[in-house]
Design a protein around this ligand. Structure first.
Ligand SMILES: [Zn+2]
Length: 326
């Protein structure tokens, strides 16, 4: 497994007055730990360039992309994506007095994130190798909107661009984040070349729309909802789901993995609390998926997705420590 990072993807949300425990230093802590074990060159900076608007529109609507690049509309869009304002106008996890940067700059970091994911996945696909990118995984972003802290669906953008320019045929997206990969399901619903698996909390996301039908209800190819106190069957159900996906689409040319660490019992996001896997279970989860794809002899592109609070980085570090030399 090769490990790549991109310094432009790292944004400290407190610079925008945002009070969500998505710590910008996760890649740095993972890198420092791995360097202490394997030496300075274990994590490389990805060679990348910003994707064009046309690239982003391979997945997202023209109106949505234009609203992100427009300085008069980007503030409202980012406030919605980060859920910073309630319906009554009051602020939520947001203190505008502490905001020292423009929201257009926050969008720049997400644009860089989607771009880095593409270049890392291109590297994995063209060189038939396994890569982990220390960023990415904005799996709630839908074709016409961002949501749940996710602006651009980096994984689907990368797949579509690789299909368009580099002859990729079928791809899988395996989503291990504790929240359902509803954006990825919506972005790929009419595309038989992209198969998706999401293992997630049965309840808890989305909170406010569960009583309304909508794009968040669109099924993944394989959905694995996990109820409260079902941690003991999590790994068995995940393995069954992987086998089911393989029956449906036996020969992918590239597999994406959204390696959310938020099912971890020490995760600090309130909405992650309905699945609590131990550190050992998290390692078994990651190794199960890694070895399953490895046996299929298909290149893997891993991205970070959600993980909140000061212990999140440890989950990635323990997995990478095990696979970096394989
Ligand atoms: Zn999540």
């Amino acid at each position: 497994m090769n490990i790549y990072s991109c310094v432009d993807t790292e944004s400290d949300l407190t610079d925008w007055g945002i009070e969500i425990p998505l710590l910008y230093n996760r890649p740095k802590k993972i890198t420092e730990y791995l360097q202490s074990q394997f030496g300075k060159n274990i994590v490389k900076e990805i060679d990348w360039a910003l994707l064009s608007k046309k690239d982003l529109m391979l997945v997202h609507s023209c109106d949505y992309i234009e609203s992100l690049f427009n300085n008069t509309t980007v503030d409202g869009v980012m406030i919605e994506i980060y859920e910073l304002q309630k319906e009554d106008g009051s602020y939520h996890r947001f203190d505008p007095r502490k905001k020292v940067k423009d929201f257009s700059e926050l969008f720049y970091h997400q644009h860089a994130e989607a771009s880095g994911v593409y270049y890392c996945a291109k590297n994995a696909f063209l060189n038939n190798t396994d890569n982990f990118f220390l960023s990415g995984g904005m799996h709630h972003a839908m074709t016409d909107r961002g949501r749940g802290f996710c602006t651009l669906n980096d994984q689907v953008i990368a797949i579509k661009k690789l299909q368009f320019e580099h002859g990729l045929n079928n791809a899988w997206v395996i989503d291990l984040d504790v929240h359902k990969g509803d954006g990825t399901a919506e972005c790929t619903k009419d595309d038989p070349t992209i198969s998706t698996l999401s293992i997630h909390m049965k309840n808890g996301w989305p909170f406010d729309e569960t009583w309304l039908p909508g794009p968040w209800d669109i099924s993944s190819t394989v959905d694995i909802p996990i109820g409260v106190h079902e941690e003991d069957v999590y790994l068995k159900k995940l393995e069954e789901g992987l086998n089911e996906l393989k029956k449906i689409t036996p020969n992918p040319d590239l597999v994406f993995v959204a390696d959310g660490s938020d099912p971890y019992e020490k995760d600090e996001l309130e909405s992650s609390k309905f699945i609590k896997l131990s550190k050992e279970q998290m390692l078994k989860r990651d190794l199960l998926v890694y070895r399953f794809i490895k046996e299929m002899n298909v290149p893997q592109q891993w991205v970070m997705a959600g993980g909140y609070g000061e212990f999140s980085w440890e989950i990635y570090a323990q997995f990478l420590e095990r696979v970096v030399k394989t």
